[in-house]
Write a protein that binds this ligand. Structure first.
Ligand code: QAP
Ligand code: CO
Length: 167
């Protein structure tokens, strides 16, 4: 198992549209394991392959208290239901910033598991919000895209500053 490097906004690689997974091999299992380990270490509740610079349609989420309810979703397709709810979101690729975002309250997901078997699940509340957030990453979309351009630009500028202080 190993920790993966997470890309930070405004890295243009976060804007890549991920390709469907068609090969379900051991490398995919290892990637999913390493993504879960990286998410738990952060700590976070969701991570998309895009964020670790792998442009394949794979996300991992676990919104449980005890890190004992991981979901690995390959090639996820969402159906949105119910009211729109707003809640504070953060992102491992936008460290230190939390803002209110509106999402659908309930979802159905059609996906595959890490061995390629079809998988269907429904979710509501935080799990539903988290899966919507992670699926956005696969299309190159970030939660800051839902904010005003003033807020988004302020966040980009601050993160660029922090990155330049590091290198
Ligand atoms: C997406 O995000 C999410 O800024 C997952 O300094 C988050 O796990 C969906 C994190 C909230 C819905 C609600 C963020 C860790 C983790 C930070 C995360 C940070 C350290 C974010
Ligand atoms: Co995110």
């Amino acid at each position: 198992m190993s920790l993966l490097n997470i890309l930070h906004h405004p890295d243009p690689r976060l804007r890549t549209k991920a390709a469907p997974v068609s090969i379900f091999d051991n490398a995919l299992v290892t990637l999913a394991d390493n993504m879960l380990e990286t998410m738990y270490a952060a700590p976070g509740i969701g991570l998309a392959a895009t964020q670790v610079n792998v442009h394949k349609r794979l996300i991992v989420v676990d919104v449980s208290e005890d890190n004992n309810a991981p979901h690995i979703l390959v090639n996820p397709k969402l159906e949105l239901f119910g009211d729109r709810v707003s809640g504070d979101e953060g992102c491992l690729s936008v460290p230190g910033f939390y803002e209110r975002v509106e999402r659908a309250e309930q979802i159905n997901v059609q996906a595959q598991d890490v061995s390629g078997a079809p998988l269907e699940m429904s979710a509501e509340g935080l799990l539903a919000v988290c899966i919507q957030h992670e699926c956005d990453h696969l299309d190159g979309k970030l939660f800051v895209d839902y904010l005003s351009s003033l807020k988004r630009n302020r966040i980009s500028k601050k993160l660029r500053q922090l990155a330049s202080e590091r290198d």
